[in-house]
Design a protein around this ligand. Structure first.
Ligand SMILES: Cc1cc2nc3c(=O)[nH]c(=O)nc-3n(C[C@H](O)[C@H](O)[C@H](O)COP(=O)(O)OP(=O)(O)OC[C@H]3O[C@@H](n4cnc5c(N)ncnc54)[C@H](O)[C@@H]3O)c2cc1C
Length: 503
């Protein structure tokens, strides 16, 4: 069965990984990517000597002891990366001068939260216990010696028996529900800003577990080097990437996928087709909505998505030695609520890339201000290109002005402002209505994280999907893992053993 051909749509992390694992297992794969770069959402762009990083804040799997580290080695991202582990996840400043710091170290976090709000000792302890519990659910790394792996697996099995119920209970609680028990409104607001109210609290607990174990560091150089390393790994394994090749249709004969139709009209064929592109375009456009069942309807009609974003990159001619290095940056209150695009904001969240000097010329810093924004607002505005452009410029000026409130005089030092809207994300990556990470993990769909579905579509043979529209929660690791799992499935169909090698 080997030497069969596979077409992969999309050269994001999922598509590149699908290609990498396909090549490792003897399949002849080709990737068709509409952009002229690899990486999809894991990207960056240059403006006036600054790099605006469009993605990575934290990369789960940076600890060599973790299972994910091994997969990063397989896809060519590790070793060789310089990782920093910021001491803070995020800072939340208030108008009365208090600062809530969400430390990466769980002991420090516990102490700070208890000092910050002694009246909330009980829910804080529950939160911290939850993090400590999640830290124990540590999958063995495939590179561990077999005895260590066996020991870890036995420990995990025991943990599932002993703590499985508590674990499943946590999955059912949303961030909003969890935060309602806090008496201090700052804690409530900060936790909800940190993620989103619908998010399962379980995800936040894991986040802090990873941070504590230094398993979610920031890779110096940011997103683009990661994407380039994976693309190179794929090419080294004999794969072919066709850039600027937008796929319009998936060709189907007798309910079997046989190839794709590109925008230029050409129709390459293959034994199998994998879409690692946006889920909505794949199912409803490339396949004309012909294979839609109840599960797909449920997802696309009801599941909440990560929002679309307004993403403002700034280049500033100053350093920020007194500001902490952080995963997500700091959120500060505005003196007055201010209209920014489609919404009135009372706070601004700014990420100083002061941990990564490679993103700016010497002595300067790259900054990002990011906030959810309504896709339809921008879609409507884009019917008048001049108005769309003017709004972007106005937003840029407003942000610079507002940053002065937190960093006095900064507007004098701003050398570059770049405003990306939900339409920018849609145009460059195809993601449905500009969503930046696919489906949210909610109490209703957490089981799908553990057991992903929709890898295949019912009624359609030789067609597969992987990436962030398969597994709620999205993210770079799950893009890789969903592709790895998919190639395992394909090997199983062909009754072949799955192989993966480290570079
Ligand atoms: C601002 C931001 C911050 C983030 N921060 C993090 C983080 O810190 N850590 C983390 O793990 N994750 C983060 N993510 C999420 C992460 O980037 C995504 O979940 C992940 O990259 C998704 O990978 P993917 O391959 O599934 O999809 P995508 O990256 O969307 O890849 C899909 C690919 O398909 C291509 N494509 C689409 N349609 C077509 C077509 N018709 N024909 C040909 N090609 C097509 C696209 O151009 C794209 O290259 C962040 C994302 C954003 C936007």
């Amino acid at each position: 069965m080997k030497n069969q051909s596979i077409i992969v749509i999309g050269a994001g992390f999922a598509g590149l990984s699908a290609g990498i694992y396909a090549q490792m297992n003897g399949y002849q794969s080709q990737i068709f990517e509409m952009h002229n770069l690899p990486g999809g959402l894991c990207t960056a762009w240059k403006r006036k000597g600054y790099t605006i990083d469009g993605c990575v804040h934290w990369l789960v799997g940076t600890s060599p002891q973790s299972e994910m580290y091994h997969y990063w080695e397989e896809v060519g991202v590790m070793p060789g990366l310089k990782i920093v582990n910021p001491e803070e996840f995020m800072r939340y400043e208030t108008s009365d001068g208090r600062t809530l710091i969400l430390y990466s170290d769980v002991d420090r976090l516990e102490k700070h939260l208890l000092d910050f709000s002694p009246q909330d000792a009980k829910p804080i302890q529950q939160f911290i216990q939850g993090i400590r519990l999640c830290m124990k659910f540590d999958q063995p790394s495939p590179s561990d010696p077999w005895l260590t792996r066996l020991g870890k697996k036995m420990k995990l099995g025991w943990l599932y028996v002993a703590k499985g119920k508590a674990f499943h209970e946590m999955m059912k609680i949303s961030t909003y529900e969890f935060t309602q028990v806090f008496k201090d409104p700052i804690l409530r607001d900060a936790f909800q800003e940190m993620w989103l109210p619908e998010f399962s609290i379980f995800f936040i607990l894991f986040t802090f577990g990873f941070l504590h174990k230094k398993n979610a560091g920031y890779p110096i150089g940011g997103s683009m080097p990661l994407s380039q390393a994976m693309a190179q790994r794929y090419l080294d394994l004999g794969g072919i990437i066709h850039y600027q090749s937008r796929v319009n249709k998936i060709l189907v004969e007798n309910n079997q996928a046989v190839g794709i139709k590109l925008e230029d009209g050409s129709q390459p064929t293959a034994d199998r087709v994998i879409s690692a592109a946006d889920g909505y375009s794949t199912i409803f456009k490339m396949l004309d909505g012909k294979y839609v069942d109840d599960e797909i309807k449920e997802r696309y009609e009801k599941w909440p998505r990560f929002p679309a974003l307004l993403y403002i990159g700034l280049g500033v001619n100053r350093l920020f030695p007194d500001e902490p290095q952080s995963v997500s940056g700091l959120s500060f209150p505005l003196r007055q609520p201010t209209e920014i695009g489609d919404a009135v904001q009372s706070r601004l969240s700014v990420h100083l890339f002061n941990q990564d000097p490679t993103l700016a010329p010497a002595g300067k810093t790259s900054l990002v201000v990011m906030m959810p924004s309504n896709y339809q607002y921008w879609k409507d505005l884009s019917s008048d290109p001049a108005a769309y452009q003017a709004k972007k410029e106005q937003i840029g000026q407003t942000i610079v002005h507002l940053l002065n409130q937190r960093f006095p005089g900064i507007s004098q030092d701003v050398e570059m402002v770049d405003v990306a809207t939900p339409l920018t994300f849609e145009r460059y990556t195809g993601n449905w209505q500009g969503s930046f990470e696919g489906w949210l993990i909610t109490p209703q769909n957490t089981m799908t994280v553990l057991k992903p579905t929709l890898q295949t579509l019912s009624g359609l043979q030789n067609f597969y999907m992987c990436g962030q529209w398969i597994e709620p929660g999205g993210g770079l690791p799950s893009a890789v893992m969903s592709a790895r799992r998919l190639i395992q499935t394909i090997c199983k169909e062909d009754k072949e053993e799955f192989h993966a090698t480290v570079k």
